[in-house]
Design a protein around this ligand. Structure first.
Ligand SMILES: [Zn+2]
Length: 453
């Protein structure tokens, strides 16, 4: 995309991100990733279709670990530089950045609060206190986008469990590469974001024009499933970032463009080059859009259901072979809704297990036959008044458990006023917005916190 352009002091002059190279490599080499990407996009479209763009009800706080991988003392950046980066993220992802007023008036109303915050982890994977920073001395002068920095076997640092932590690796990178990220659905061991140490934070070794911490904002946008705003089609007008409120644009913008920059007949306002997902300088990007926020929230619901979840009262339950009754019956209805043949008998036996494994394989998940957070998040189908079919029957099975009087519930697969009334009452009783729509958050509350025999 953008040419490699490095000043004599080794600092890139033009933004260049490796996320699409990583994406294309995984598409070529990892069939499970291909299936996971399709499942991810389908889940996003399902949520968007039902208007479930609000996502998690609260601000999501993501425990973050920074792995500093260094050879020279200068590369071993100090804690102040790391903290300055977290500060930037917490402003950019909450729409409280001080340069928000620089958005051109034509786009200002589109800016969105992503409702995501980041905090350096205070507990490590073994349960010990930590400052959320690891330091690894390496004999490698610099790294590429080949993932070597993410493994101790190849001169880097191993990831902390990627279903609980956002992993950020900070190191020297070859050529003009500022950073790269892995979209949701890739291998767990490499899930996270790599950032060049001269483009990290706002002080220490950070260097203009990438010294305002926006490389991490951009890369974490990818980690939360955002695409480049121009659609990565090599300058054409057919690429899509799968977000409706970003203008169609031809190619990456770099440097400090002047408004408006019209391409792809997108006048009079032109490209949204001040978006974090373009390639402009740090001091020239100021916003995510409301549509991008919806996509990131859909990612948290469907792709990263365990990240930043602070609510231990209502986790997704873990259901495996041998389980009986609730929530096996709702699960079996959901399997039917996903096209798997299984009897609704409330017994998690070999047939149910085989159906779960087949669903997991088709969805790009580890095929272990155990239904935990990732499998639930992929399997549920959002339903509301007017919906029909097995997913509605699954909701009605939940109703039956909570109100078992025979006249109370008919498992007919028709989401009418009675089902809606139940859903609203249930939502109210557990402190959720009583909108009558069974989306990811309501599903999680429904299948958890109930007796599982
Ligand atoms: Zn990028």
């Amino acid at each position: 995309m953008a040419e490699i352009d490095v000043a004599t002091n080794g600092v890139p002059r033009v933004r260049n991100c490796g996320a699409m190279e990583v994406h294309e490599r995984l598409l070529r080499t990892d069939p499970r990733y291909v299936r996971a990407r399709i499942a991810s996009e389908n889940a996003h479209f399902e949520l968007t279709r039902l208007g479930l763009v609000n996502g998690r009800p609260d601000v999501t706080v993501i425990p973050t670990v920074v792995h500093v991988v260094w050879k020279t003392a200068q590369e071993n950046i100090d804690e102040a530089q790391i903290r300055s980066q977290i500060e930037v993220l917490n402003k950019d992802f909450r729409k409280t950045n001080s340069d928000i007023g620089s958005i051109p008036g034509a786009f200002a109303a589109l800016a969105g609060d992503a409702r995501v915050q980041f905090t350096l982890a205070t507990t490590d994977p073994d349960g010990n206190a930590t400052n959320g920073i690891t330091r690894t001395q390496t004999d490698k002068g610099s790294f590429t986008d080949d993932e070597a920095v993410k493994s101790s076997a190849t001169g880097g640092a191993d990831a902390w469990p990627t279903d609980r932590y956002l992993n950020l690796w900070v190191c020297s990178l070859d050529g003009g590469l500022l950073g790269y990220a892995q979209f949701p659905g890739g291998p767990a061991a490499t899930d996270g974001v790599v950032i060049r140490n001269t483009a990290f934070g706002t002080n220490g070794t950070s260097a203009a024009p990438f010294n305002l911490g926006r490389t991490a904002t951009h890369e974490i946008g990818h980690w939360l499933n955002l695409r480049h705003i121009w659609g990565d089609d090599g300058g054409g007008c057919n690429g899509d970032d799968f977000v409706a409120d970003t203008p169609n644009a031809a190619d990456a913008n770099s440097g400090k463009p002047t408004f408006p920059h019209v391409t792809c007949s997108n006048g009079p306002n032109g490209d949204m080059f001040m978006n974090y997902m373009d390639y402009t300088d740090d001091d020239s990007m100021f916003m995510f859009t409301i549509g991008q926020v919806a996509r990131m929230q859909a990612c948290l619901s469907s792709d990263r259901p365990t990240i930043g979840v602070q609510d231990p009262i209502r986790p997704w339950p873990v259901v495996r072979r041998g389980a009986r009754d609730f929530p096996v019956r709702p699960l079996q209805h959901l399997l039917l809704a996903r096209g798997r043949q299984v009897a609704v008998d409330g017994i998690f036996g070999p047939n149910t297990e085989a159906a779960v494994k087949a669903f997991q394989t088709a969805s790009g998940l580890a095929s272990d036959g155990v239904v935990a957070a990732m499998t639930w998040a992929r399997m549920i189908i959002a339903v509301s008044n007017g919906s029909t079919g097995s997913a509605v029957k699954a909701v009605q099975e939940v109703m039956k458990v909570r109100d078992p009087s025979p006249e109370a519930v008919k498992i007919d697969g028709i989401f009418g006023p009675k089902t809606e009334g139940f859903v609203r009452g249930f939502q109210q009783s557990v402190g959720l917005t009583a909108d009558g729509i069974v989306g990811p958050i309501t599903w999680r509350a429904m299948v958890s916190g109930m007796p599982s025999v």
